[in-house]
Design a protein around this ligand. Structure first.
Ligand SMILES: Nc1ccn([C@@H]2O[C@H](COP(=O)(O)OP(=O)(O)OP(=O)(O)O)[C@@H](O)[C@H]2O)c(=O)n1
Ligand SMILES: C[C@](O)(CO)[C@H](O)COP(=O)(O)O
Length: 224
């Protein structure tokens, strides 16, 4: 069984909304509700912990009161990494811990199962998809070089780890004042190997307003 940490304490600045984007509704329910519901239904998930903005904790507790796997909602920090760390260091010890963005409400049960099985063998495994576009490094509007697309993956969450390894990685990042944009990068800098499993292109992060159109399309396709 695994524990999942769901960071939900962002602001959604790039979404341009007046409220935290994970509280915006899709099909009559807040995005965070859709995300938590996936883990509530996942047979291998034992416990769900959320990082939330202090002023939204009471609302989330009420919204998620029927989700029996939600064991705690803790206050987040000013950066995604700080939000996750605050939860990670306050949850009961477990074997496998996953981190999944509240803003990714379309992760599939198949991806969760593949990640879970892989983490039994490897200590760090993340969901990702092969990059579809050609990616170039640009400096001052001039191309420096074209990267080898065959080696590029666009990383997502869930990111799944041996609990001790992730805790050590977060502690080391704090000590070194390192701020990463995902959890794997904290483990990578310890020199530990992180594996990738192929997820799917529906597992988008709702980041900018146009992502809401894609979300509508994904829900329509799934008959939600
Ligand atoms: N201080 C923060 C920042 C982000 N997150 C969470 O981390 C996930 C991924 O972050 P992102 O998509 O960047 O969300 P925001 O930080 O809200 O977006 P923006 O950067 O546009 O403000 C989201 O579920 C978000 O709620 C968090 O828990 N604490
Ligand atoms: C963890 C993540 O979802 C992987 O794509 C992403 O890096 C979150 O970063 P953001 O900078 O908060 O969008």
């Amino acid at each position: 069984m695994y524990t999942v940490i769901i960071p939900a304490a962002g602001q959604g600045k790039r979404m341009g909304s007046t409220k935290n984007k994970v509280l915006l509704e899709l099909n009559g329910k807040p995005i965070i509700y859709h995300t938590v519901s996936i883990f509530e239904k996942d047979i291998n998930c034992a416990a769900v912990y959320l990082a939330a903005r202090e002023e939204e904790i009471a609302y989330l507790k009420d919204l998620l009161k029927d989700c029996s796997k939600v064991k705690g909602i803790m206050v987040g920090g000013s950066e995604r990494q700080y939000s996750i760390y605050n939860v990670l260091k306050n949850i009961p010890q477990c074997e496998i811990v996953m981190v999944h963005d509240a803003a990714r409400p379309f992760v599939s049960h198949e991806t969760l199962q593949v990640l879970y099985d892989a983490t039994a063998e490897k200590q760090a495994v993340i969901a990702a998809v092969p990059v579809k576009d050609t990616i170039k490094m640009v400096s001052d509007s001039v191309i420096e070089r074209t990267l080898n697309r065959a080696a590029l993956w666009q990383v997502q969450t869930p990111q799944s780890f041996d609990y001790r390894l992730l805790l050590n990685a977060y502690r080391a990042a704090e000590q070194d004042d390192f701020l990463g944009t995902d959890d794997a990068s904290l483990v990578e800098r310890l020199g530990e190997s992180v594996s990738v499993i192929e997820s799917d292109y529906d597992n988008i992060k709702l980041t900018t307003p146009e992502d809401l159109y894609f979300a509508e399309a994904i829900m329509k396709k799934r008959g939600i």
